[in-house]
Design a protein around this ligand. Structure first.
Ligand code: NCD
Length: 324
């Protein structure tokens, strides 16, 4: 695995949250919080990445993640190019690395990569020039580090801390890169009651998610939880035989107001989206008073600004270069 940190301890690449220290995560969250503004007010703008170029290379569909990386880079003054890789070079048989070398020759400073194949962001990071950063925007079922950070930020905004909280991650954990990055973020930030709640077929392998309790019913999994994180059924990562029937799934694992009542009265409900309303979550809950799903989206831009800025400037806290 390519080193993610520079010798001065700042982030150069972001491929996984696994192995990053609590100090590093706290620093990124602090910086991210500085980029959050109330809705209806102008977003923060700065010139800290003026003259730099960020390329988004997405070979899997994405709405929020791609748009928020693009807005984050632009709000820091960078140029952005978006490559729909499946429509261009990959179908012509060009390898990801050739695309990367081309972008490098075009003065691209950061490559934001989403790919369905495990290991792609790391292999790109191992091959780029020393001034180039690689940021994962989702790697197979393995990792989605900026999502882990934005989820931690959302919880901290509502609950001030992760220590002492009971957090339930519910649904298709087996295929979820979000669950894996949340696991690393939440544990590193001090959560000791992390529960994974899933039907047996969607549970991860026994050697994964060490230290979490496992629940096969919402009743035990949500009991007195402070945070309920719902996940999408990842149909694209399953064979037809593994696909659960939507109605039966909702009947057992769908989050309804009645089921949510088993969690703490002030519990927050999260979902990385896209949501399957009526399969893993009822609309009343998704749009209800306990939902912070739209805060997650807003926080995504702030987290991506913090990550891009640190990766491209090499400074842990660019101070005056920050938001106006
Ligand atoms: C997720 C993803 O693509 O990993 N979406 C996202 O980035 N917010 C989750 C999903 O696809 O279910």
């Amino acid at each position: 695995m390519t080193a993610q940190l520079r010798p001065n301890g700042t982030l150069r690449h972001l491929i996984t949250l696994e192995g990053l220290s609590r100090d590093t995560l706290e620093r990124l969250l602090e910086r991210s919080q500085g980029f959050v503004r109330p809705l209806g007010t102008p977003p923060p703008l700065s010139h800290s990445l003026a003259g730099r170029t960020v390329a988004n290379l997405f070979t899997e569909p994405s709405t929020r993640t791609r748009v928020s990386f693009e807005l984050a880079a632009k709000r820091l003054g960078a140029h952005v190019v978006n490559l729909e890789v499946q429509l261009s070079s990959r179908v012509k048989g060009e390898s990801m690395l050739d695309t990367v070398y081309t972008l490098q020759a075009l003065y691209v400073d950061a490559m934001v990569i989403r790919d369905a194949e495990a290991g792609v962001p790391d292999s790109v990071a191992a091959n780029v020039a020393p001034h180039v950063s690689v940021l994962s925007a989702g790697e197979a079922h393995v990792s989605h580090p900026t999502q882990g950070l934005l989820d931690a930020l959302t919880i901290r905004q509502r609950k001030n801390r992760l220590e002492g909280l009971s957090i339930a991650i519910v649904g298709d954990i087996r295929h979820s890169r979000v669950a894996r990055s949340d696991y690393h973020a939440f544990r590193t930030l001090g959560c000791t009651d992390l529960r994974i709640v899933a039907p047996p077929a969607l549970m991860p392998a026994p050697d994964e998610f060490a230290g979490c309790s496992r629940h096969t019913t919402l009743k035990t999994g949500l009991k007195d939880a402070d945070v309920v994180m719902m996940l999408r059924i990842q149909k694209e990562r399953m064979g037809q035989a593994d696909l659960p029937d939507a109605d039966r799934y909702f009947a057992k694992f769908g989050l309804t107001p009645e089921r949510l009542a088993g969690a703490r009265p002030d519990a927050i409900v999260m979902h990385p989206q896209p949501m399957n309303r009526g399969i893993e979550i009822a609309s009343d809950v998704a749009d209800g008073p306990q939902s912070v799903i739209r805060d997650q989206v807003r926080n995504g831009v702030a987290v991506r600004m913090a990550v891009l800025e640190e990766a491209l400037t090499g400074a842990a806290s660019p101070g005056a270069a920050g938001a106006a």
